[in-house]
Design a protein around this ligand. Sequence first.
Ligand SMILES: Nc1nc2c(c(=O)[nH]1)N[C@H]1C(S)=C(S)[C@@H](COP(=O)(O)O)O[C@H]1N2
Ligand SMILES: [Mo]
Length: 300
Amino acid sequence: MAHRWTNTLTHADVTPRAAFLNRRQVMAGLAGVGLAGMAQGAAAQETLEPNTWEEITSYNNFYEFGTGKDDPAKYAGALTTEPWSVKIDGLVDNPGDYDFKDIMSEMTVEERIYRFRCVEAWSMVIPWNGFELADLLNMAGVQEGAKFVAFETALIPDEMPGVRYPILEWPYREGLRLDEAMHPLTIMATGIYDRPIPNQNGAPLRLVVPWKYGFKSIKSIVRITVTDVEPPTSWNMSNPREYGFYSNVNPNVNHPRWSQASEREIGGGLFAKRIPTLMFNGYEKEVAGLYEGMDLSQYY
Ligand SMILES: Nc1nc2c(c(=O)[nH]1)N[C@H]1C(S)=C(S)[C@@H](COP(=O)(O)O)O[C@H]1N2
Ligand SMILES: [Mo]
């Protein structure tokens, strides 16, 4: 039975287009609501040129559709994203199957643009539309004793040619510590460039955690579980030495098989330059406090 909210927004709450565009220019490059005033945001705005729609939607990792960078663009179109529901369960006051449309009617997505750097072996800047994961978790009502949040991607073998291969244990799984999940930079993305998020990027909703490596950003989410134990994650299960639970961007902690001190910018063509990897992907000021006192080479 789908859990339903009353939509408290009226037409007057919708931001007029002109104000919205103006606000976009004013808004800090690294985030939307709540973070616009940050000094680092102003600096980031100048340097954070978003990649093109073409770049963002044609070079993807979504192994359920194959391991080639162009497989998601080729095959993810077959994924049925409507209707879509997200099960929220575990240590919450209001567990249930939440219809994606109901979630969207409750969130003020159109007001928010998060222009985040996303890195792994390559880097892009993507102008996401979405809302803070905290808003969704607060709606579900996180209970006392909760410590982690687990996520699962849809597993639809008929529509996902890649899941025939046991490259990862399906469904794709990810997890965050509760304080990471509640941080305002942790978003649920539902759009790119003011358009619905394309299937290859994780329609209809995917996680974005800009200070962590790209693989933490789980796509096409169907389940969110609030729990008191650290949840298993797909990449950690497949190779625990190479992929830890935290996976924070950190130039000082190398992947066992390659240096993570620099990354290649997508969009630079043949001569794509390598740029130095920044601690926490440039969001150190905002998130370093989450890890105070932790040895990040042990908790990688
Ligand atoms: N379900 C699912 N989510 C996933 C992946 C995947 O294979 N399956 N790949 C991850 C990896 S390795 C990366 S780098 C990012 C890529 O996101 P993008 O294609 O939007 O750039 O998605 C992450 N989310
Ligand atoms: Mo990745």
